[in-house]
Design a protein around this ligand. Structure first.
Ligand code: ADP
Length: 493
């Protein structure tokens, strides 16, 4: 099958090679290549060298060499490079969105939104890098001074998923570069082209050779090398809890610093005293963004008795107007899911819920010609209960399950009845309740009267099985720094 990449204003942003050191490498040690396909129609977009352990070692060596010089540059210099990278991302937002949408499937305007969101981390960490200070501590004796300096960790391995092919990379790489670290990135094999285009723009921005290496192909082999290699001092991973736990175990022997952003099972609670218009808009934003394929998307919608029916009626209206189709088509709100397995999971959750007594309130038929192995129409279910699969598993698709509850205590108990703790949302106009519930919910992020908690200036991350460490905000750069305590002793007065 002939490859047909998206048509770009700057075709040099479509790169059929991986990035190791200062070179685009178009063959891997394996001699093999893997294909990347448009999830909306199965069309082959391009092929890339299938990297394994040997290519990954080369990338780590390049990153280690580059680290020696990059760590010595000034924070001001690194900020300037990041600012230029930010400018270039915005200058090329249309091309980057086309690449992202082609390989990931999300509608073009949403893809452009992700590029702007991804760029916001570059800008934020360009600024934060200049504020990495140290501090001094009162010493226990008069002849001593203690200073704490912050130093870059070293070479960092960044492993990212397919659902946000740009933002998950900049949220890790930008603080790493700002701190003085260098990186080896393994993007998802479904969405590597966005990462490669970002690396090309970083190079144009003046990022030195070897600072941003990208390998893709055999994920377990690459992950095995990244976690076993002694020169890699940190792993930052976004993806499933299963793979996160595996990588964390693999990092144990070389005692790496680890941050993990893993799965969620976000509750979205609507109390009787909520502003219904706001709550409906919040569910739409949280549940259906990226066709429901986000780790912070509302997975369980809990609605109080008094407004249950009115809320469901309004939500059904909003769900029924979505246009489903290929991401490049005008007006589309819901693109394809990433693959047939993702579509099958939605159907499995739907069938399981219906078998156990849930009611199907809304599901628009798929438009003619759309393959149900690629596309999934939004679903709204009521009468959902804790014994159904949707209650305990992330659907990662456009299925909105409504649970009914009577009082606040019941809602909190239901919301916290999960081993995950990434995001929670609730809607209420009662100030006292708002504080009570925000404090009672067990999650790293809480949206009060909003369905969105992802902004560059706030810490993003989870507790329990949802992860370790934070990205973005002031905390985001600390993940790439180590404090060094310098004790000056024997000072004569
Ligand atoms: P998702 O369900 O979001 O695809 P995964 O955890 O499967 O989540 O994938 C997230 C990232 O982890 C992807 O880049 C994927 O290729 C990578 N990955 C999957 N398995 C491994 C592994 N054994 N070692 C290293 N990376 C892996």
């Amino acid at each position: 099958m002939a490859a047909s990449p998206p048509v770009l204003n700057d075709p040099s942003l479509w790169i059929n090679a991986v990035r190791i050191g200062g070179h685009w490498r178009d063959s891997a040690a394996s001699g093999e290549r893997f294909g990347v396909h448009d999830p909306g129609n199965g069309q082959l977009l391009g092929t890339l060298p299938t990297c394994g352990a040997a290519d990954t070692r080369d990338a780590i060596d390049a990153a280690q060499l580059a680290f020696k010089a990059w760590r010595k540059t000034t924070a001001e210099h690194r900020a300037q490079v990041l600012e230029r990278w930010y400018d270039l991302m915005l200058e090329h937002v249309d091309d980057l969105a086309r690449i992202l949408s082609a390989e990931q499937g999300k509608p073009l305007p949403e893809a452009a939104g992700e590029i702007r969101y991804a760029a916001s981390f570059v800008k934020w960490f360009a600024e934060q890098g200049k504020r990495v200070g140290g501090y001094s501590i009162p010493a226990p004796t008069a002849d001593r001074r203690i200073f704490v300096a912050k130093e870059p960790v070293g070479v960092c391995a960044l492993i990212t998923p397919w659902n946000f092919p740009a933002a998950m990379i900049t949220r890790k790489a930008a603080p790493a570069f700002a701190a003085g670290c260098t990186v080896v990135i393994k993007p998802s094999e479904f969405t590597p082209y966005t990462a490669l285009a970002l690396a090309e723009l970083a190079t144009r921005a003046g990022l030195p050779d070897g600072c941003m290496n990208i390998v893709a192909g055999d994920a377990p082999a690459i992950g095995g090398e990244l976690t076993a290699h002694a020169d890699v001092r940190k792993l930052s991973f976004t993806g499933s809890t299963r793979v996160g736990a595996l990588l964390m175990r693999q990092c144990a022997d070389t005692i790496k610093k680890v941050s993990l952003e893993l799965g969620g099972n976000a509750p979205f609670i609507v109390f009787d005293d909520a502003d219904l218009d706001l709550a409906v808009a919040g569910v739409i934003a949280s549940k259906y963004r990226n066709a429901g394929q986000t780790c912070v998307c509302a997975n369980r919608i809990l609605v109080q008795d008094g407004i249950h029916d009115a809320f469901v009626a309004r939500l059904a209206e909003a769900v029924n107007v979505f246009i489903i189709g290929h991401g490049a088509q005008d007006g589309v709100g819901i693109g394809p899911l990433i693959n047939a397995d993702a579509c099958a999971k939605v159907e499995r959750h739907l069938q399981d819920a219906l078998d156990k007594g849930a009611t199907l309130v809304a599901r628009t038929p798929l438009p003619d010609g759309l393959d149900p192995q690629r596309y999934s129409a939004p679903v709204l279910l009521t009468g959902v209960t804790a014994d159904m699969q949707v209650a305990s598993e992330e659907t990662f698709g456009p299925l909105a399950p409504i649970f009914r509850f009577t009082d606040e205590a019941e809602a909190i108990a239901l919301a916290n009845d999960t081993p995950f703790g990434l995001a929670s949302y609730f809607y209420s106009d009662n100030l006292h309740r708002a504080w009570r519930v925000a404090e009672a919910l067990e999650s790293g992020m809480v949206g009060v009267n909003t369905g969105s908690v992802a902004v560059e200036m706030a810490p993003f991350g989870g507790i329990k099985l949802s992860g370790l460490g934070r990205e973005g905000g002031e905390a985001g750069i600390e993940e790439y720094l180590e404090p060094k305590a310098i004790h000056f002793a024997g000072l004569k007065s």
